[in-house]
Design a protein around this ligand. Structure first.
Ligand SMILES: Nc1ncnc2c1ncn2[C@@H]1O[C@H](COP(=O)(O)OP(=O)(O)OP(=O)(O)O)[C@@H](O)[C@H]1O
Length: 697
């Protein structure tokens, strides 16, 4: 197919007969075509220049780069030329299309390891060549790894590649967000610092996971969330049960690529020497068999298009055309961050709405970071040089990942005052935007949320999103007593953050994050207002043991019981037993007692449900079943918990359940006592009345 290397191809479109569509991207459609003078099958990529955000010079340069390519594992361009508003790039036709298409058609859960090994090895060879030649590919993903019918593997799509040796404007493009969100390296998302060819190694690692699972990590999330998760989360890997089938050397190789510190990532050259690639089979043996029996590429592509269209129709999109575009783009991966700035902001705010309501704003480095991005994304292509002068360093980035499972436990206060101020302003702007609800919800070329998600998010806005000031007030509520420890969560995703416990609440999980805890000191008095407030607090809330509680506490109430308000009424209860206090004084005290007990009950219920929410969030993020909830629902028929954390949660929940049962018992006992006292008081009152009448008479 690629035998035209020495030949000259004409730049006259009439010499090409476009046949079936065999692929489509964010800005291009690829056709199988015949180059008439040679009667040769080629591929013609028709790039819609109106839909590209890059300037013509850049495109021309990319096309020239492709023409100069000379490596068996990199797609070269035979020639390129402009036809109307399109740039045509003529390339060798890769008859089996991309790995992504193949997975979508026949391997939704990914390929077997031997095929993955061959595909990755040739891709790595391509990267090694490109890096040696001074290029960063910047869009390594399964959708850009092309397969030929003999099993040949080539890395394609230079639509966004950058030249490492370029200077000036071109060099600046390396400080620009380019790539596909799920595959983008953390440093590419990090303001100010720029990146180098190691970004391709990260994308390569993500591609390995994509080939192993059938999709890239975080691919179900909207781009803004992907961005945050890439920065905050521990790097993804082959760590789940479903990955048991993969070899240790494969897992190790992937882990080497997905290191957040780009300096610690190996070069392509070094990676090629990894043991995983030592015994890979030739693609003709491991890859060719993957397409045995499949219909021709164009039929598969058509079927996929129909499937996408059917799915979209089912979802009943409000604006089907726009949605069709965005959904398809998101599912298959998009090469340029060309979405609307306002959408980006809005999506970012939604991400927080959903998951981070409990975050302590002033401690929230994520939001500051996010707002750096918001600030910088004033150009369509999110030039990082304009993002912020407050570049986030590697160590700070590692700090983001500071939650269980994270490789770094580095601590530090990274919030800078100007960022906080900016944070606030952006937040207020968002709130204003939300209130006015002006403009379309998700316009622009790139919208990743489904209509359902949108509706849900929009519906949840008024309740879920508290104004910043209110949240801050809540966090600083002076009525809390004792060290009230809120986990300083980096984000939605860190719902699994360790929960610092104190007092009678017991140790909840391993304490890895002392510096991540906010301590709020002051007196703790439960009022109905506080109960509402407690609802806002994540499951990590720990109420301090009352050291001088005047109310006699039982073990079950123990550390939960609080002081105020009860104090003046507690003494009379005891005295009432000695028939000293009149009923009129005793009644309010008893009523108060009842009220307090039911508040405590509510409190426990709130904590239970927030713990359950944590479990659900964790489960959905980890792709695991929410077994904790399942166990609870099964009324104690507990299956073996999947992790230490889950085991601890189960123990904690059973403890809470036991406490609640005790509390309920106690409440009933108090009720009984109250009624007995009431009867006694009534009797005494009657006796007193009788006595006084006798006395009077
Ligand atoms: N030479 C080729 N032979 C056969 N199919 C091809 C060829 N080049 C591209 N394709 C198919 O077309 C699809 C889109 O091509 P390409 O990735 O170049 O477009 P794009 O607009 O740059 O996409 P994106 O920007 O989303 O990566 C590929 O995923 C692949 O399936």
């Amino acid at each position: 197919m690629g035998g035209g290397r020495q030949r000259l191809y004409s730049v006259n479109s009439d010499d090409y007969k476009l046949l079936e569509e065999v692929g489509y991207g964010a800005s291009a459609v690829v056709h199988r075509a015949i180059y008439l003078p040679f009667n040769q099958v080629v591929a013609v990529k028709c790039l819609d220049l109106d839909r590209c955000n890059v300037n013509l010079d850049d495109i021309r340069r990319e096309a020239q780069t492709m023409v100069l390519i000379d490596h068996p594992n990199v797609i070269k361009a035979f020639c390129s030329f402009v036809v109307d508003h399109n740039l045509w790039v003529v390339m060798p036709f890769m008859a089996e299309g991309s790995c992504l298409h193949l997975m979508k058609t026949a391997y939704p859960d990914g390929f077997e390891e031997s095929a993955i090994g061959s595909i990755l090895k040739d891709t790595l060879r391509a990267l090694e060549y490109l890096h040696r030649e001074g290029h960063i590919h910047r869009d390594v993903k399964a959708g850009n790894i092309l397969l030929d019918s003999n099993g040949d593997i080539k890395l394609g799509d230079f639509g966004v590649s950058a030249c490492m040796f370029d200077t000036g404007d071109r060099q600046r493009s390396r400080n620009t967000f380019v790539g596909t969100p799920c595959w983008m390296a953390p440093e590419v998302l990090q303001p100010g610092t720029g990146y180098d060819f190691k970004a391709d190694i990260w994308s390569f690692g993500i591609t390995a996971l994509e080939l192993a699972h059938g999709h890239a990590p975080f691919s179900k999330y909207p781009p803004m969330k992907v961005l945050l998760m890439t920065i905050q989360n521990a790097p993804p890997g082959l760590d789940y049960d479903r990955d048991k089938k993969f070899s240790k050397s494969f897992k190790e190789m992937v882990a080497m690529c997905l290191v957040k510190d780009q300096n610690k990532r190996p070069t392509a050259e070094k990676l090629l020497k990894h043991s995983f690639f030592k015994h890979t089979k030739p693609p003709a043996l491991s890859v060719k068999k993957l397409f045995a029996g499949l219909p021709p590429l164009w039929d598969r592509v058509k079927a996929l298009q129909l499937k996408d269209a059917a799915q979209l129709a089912l979802k009943r999109m409000p604006s089907s055309e726009e949605e069709a575009l965005s959904q398809t783009e998101y599912q298959r991966g998009v090469s340029e961050w060309n979405f609307d700035l306002e959408d980006l902001k809005f999506q970012a705010s939604l991400v927080q709405d959903e998951d981070d309501i409990q975050e302590s704003k002033e401690e929230d480095e994520t939001t500051s970071y996010l707002n750096n991005i918001k600030e910088g994304s004033s150009s369509r292509q999110l030039g990082v040089e304009s993002l912020s002068t407050n570049g986030i360093t590697d160590s700070e980035q590692e700090h983001f990942a500071d939650f269980p499972g994270s490789k770094s436990q580095e601590k530090g206060n990274m919030i800078k005052s100007d960022m906080v101020e900016f944070d606030r302003q952006v937040e207020l702007k968002f709130l204003a935007r939300r209130q006015t609800q002006s403009g379309p919800m998700m316009p622009g070329a790139f919208v990743s949320q489904s209509a359902f998600e949108r509706a849900r998010n929009v519906e949840s806005l008024p309740e879920s999103k508290q104004p910043l000031e209110k949240v801050q007030q809540v966090r600083r509520a002076p009525s809390f007593s004792g060290p009230l420890m809120l986990p300083k969560r980096a984000s939605a995703n860190s719902l699994s953050a360790p929960i610092k416990s104190s007092g009678g609440f017991g140790d909840f999980s391993e304490d890895k994050s002392k510096a991540n805890l906010v301590q709020i000191r002051g007196r703790f008095s439960v009022t109905s207002e506080n109960v509402d407030l407690v609802k806002d607090i994540p499951s990590g809330i720990v109420l301090r043991q009352s050291s001088q509680g005047l109310l006699k506490k039982s073990a079950s109430v123990g550390n939960w019981i609080h002081e105020s308000k009860i104090a003046p009424t507690a003494q009379p209860i005891r005295e009432a037993g000695d028939n000293i206090i009149p009923a009129s004084l005793l009644m309010p005290a008893l009523q108060n007692l009842l009220h307090q007990i039911s508040i405590q009950q509510d409190l426990i219920m709130n904590l239970l449900s927030s713990m359950q929410a944590v479990e659900v969030a964790d489960a959905s993020e980890n792709g695991k079943l929410p077994s904790l909830l399942r166990n609870l629902e099964n009324n104690g028929s507990v299956e073996a918990p999947a992790s230490e954390r889950e085991r601890l949660l189960l123990i904690k929940i059973s403890e809470l359940q036991a406490r609640m049962a005790n509390l309920t018992e106690e409440l009933n006992a108090e009720r009984l006592r109250y009624m007995q006292l009431q009867q006694r008081l009534n009797l005494e009152a009657q006796e007193n009345n009788g006595n006084s009448r006798e006395f009077e008479s």
